[in-house]
Design a protein around this ligand. Structure first.
Ligand code: GLC
Length: 432
């Protein structure tokens, strides 16, 4: 058992690739008002299944198109929901009838997806919900799900056997990890143990056994941290917020991945109007890498099987920026210890090539002062067009600015007055 306690996943590719696509797709894309709609509106099983199951017909689904959009956005891996909290399975599981093959979709939707993304050179990951609002053995608790507040909760729980549900999960995970080639990431979601035992955690999921199953089948898979185990996971997964600094566990930096939505909901949401701009998303990606993290950015496809226009426009904007600035993201991490970026800026660092990248979130007038870098930079250029940026420029404004600066080993760069025509300009500094 002792080897299971170590984080054993292969994260070398992961920390290099930095940017992935999350996909949340299921029956909830039809109500199109949040993947938690069953919980929020307390929709009983007969109603939910009666309305949506027979109408799940993604006739425009073409994972090739999705993979192209993701590759165009500069994404390097994908994590797709095989089953979300509603319990509906997108693959042809032998262990349930509640699956895509029995809807008008009539096919396993996961297989063509992993094939398409692999064709585009991307790594593949599977999300699997621990929570299940459909399985007849998953015990209903007072916190989560369509019957959480129902007066019939106790009655509905009669005969349920959580252990049988835990075995079902292990069986499904086995199907997923043996039937779809070399899966690179497994993403469990989620645990909510309560001190009085009323929530759900490692004992309810039988997490140790689940972990054993995963490691037996794919020792090098990257496993996230939501099984409610203090060990055995490879990545931390802060959700819908940007950590203030590098993420640590027990005082040590860990591999981590921020997961973020475009608009708040993970599943397709027709009416949400809180969409982040391309500009915000680009800054989010930079900020994440500057703190040594990955960004897993979500799309909720429609019930017809498409990424909607709002999502496509943002993916395209991200790709446009990354095409010219990928050098400051892939293979990069935080600045060497002790270097602090000026206000409104983020550093990332490519240790292999000794290049430091200065991202300017707000374009300053003419000069930027970089503490600790005097004499350490051999050459500097704007990354978007490889135009030289002068070190310690010599015109009179620069001389005056230099005298006015009271830096410590400060290097001053001379910038053009006009911001380069890109979302976030980057200066590439070649360290000596
Ligand atoms: C959650 C939510 C969910 C989403 C996930 C992604 O915990 O329950 O709907 O799938 O986070 O991180």
């Amino acid at each position: 058992m002792s080897d299971l306690r170590a984080a054993s996943g292969d994260t070398a590719w992961f920390v290099h690739d930095r940017f992935g696509l999350f996909i949340h797709w299921g029956l909830y894309s039809l109500p199109a008002r949040h993947e938690w709609v069953r919980h929020a509106e307390q929709i009983p099983t007969e109603e939910y299944d009666g309305k949506y199951f027979p109408r799940f017909d993604p006739d425009l689904y073409d994972p090739e198109v999705w993979a192209k959009a993701a590759a165009g956005a500069g994404m390097k891996y994908v994590v797709v929901t095989t089953k979300h909290h509603e319990g509906f399975c997108l693959w042809d599981s032998k262990l349930t009838d509640y699956k895509a093959t029995n809807t008008p979709a009539k096919r396993d939707l996961i297989r063509p997806l992993v094939d398409a993304f692999r064709r585009h050179g991307m790594r593949t990951g599977l999300y699997y919900s621990l929570i299940d609002w459909h399985h007849p053995d998953c015990v209903i608790d007072p916190h989560i799900g369509p019957y959480r507040a129902s007066p019939k909760r106790e009655e509905l729980n009669r005969g349920r056997d959580q252990k049988r549900y835990a075995a079902y999960m292990r069986g499904q995970v086995e199907e997923l990890l043996t039937g779809y080639g070399d899966i690179d990431v497994l993403w469990f979601d989620f645990s909510y143990p309560k001190p009085d035992g009323s929530g759900k955690g490692k004992d309810d999921w039988e997490s140790e056994q689940l972990l054993e199953t995963v490691r037996r089948l794919r020792p090098g898979i990257i496993l996230n941290d939501r099984l409610d185990l203090p060990h055995g996971w490879d990545i931390k997964t802060p959700e819908q917020y940007q950590p203030r600094e590098r993420v640590t566990f027990e005082g040590k930096p860990v591999v981590w991945e921020a997961c973020q939505t475009f608009s708040g909901s993970w599943g397709y949401h027709r009416d949400e109007s809180s969409w982040k701009s391309v500009d915000q998303l680009v800054r989010m990606l930079i900020d994440t890498v500057s703190k040594d993290g990955n960004l897993l950015l979500n799309v909720g496809p429609t019930g017809r099987g498409e990424f909607d226009q709002r999502a496509l426009a943002r993916l395209q904007g991200l790709g446009e920026w990354l095409r010219r600035h990928g050098r400051s993201i892939y293979g990069c991490g935080p600045a060497p210890d002790g270097l602090v970026a000026p206000g409104d800026c983020r550093y990332t660092y490519d240790a292999k090539n000794r290049r430091l990248y200065l991202h300017l979130f707000a374009w300053p007038y003419k000069h930027v002062h970089l503490d600790g870098l005097a004499g350490k930079v051999a050459y500097a250029q704007l990354l978007n067009d490889a135009s030289e940026v002068k070190l310690e420029g010599s015109d009179w404004t620069t001389q005056n600015a230099k005298e006015a600066s009271n830096g410590k080993d400060t290097l001053m760069l001379e910038l053009p007055t006009e911001q380069p025509p890109v979302t976030v300009p980057v200066i590439e500094l070649f360290l000596k």
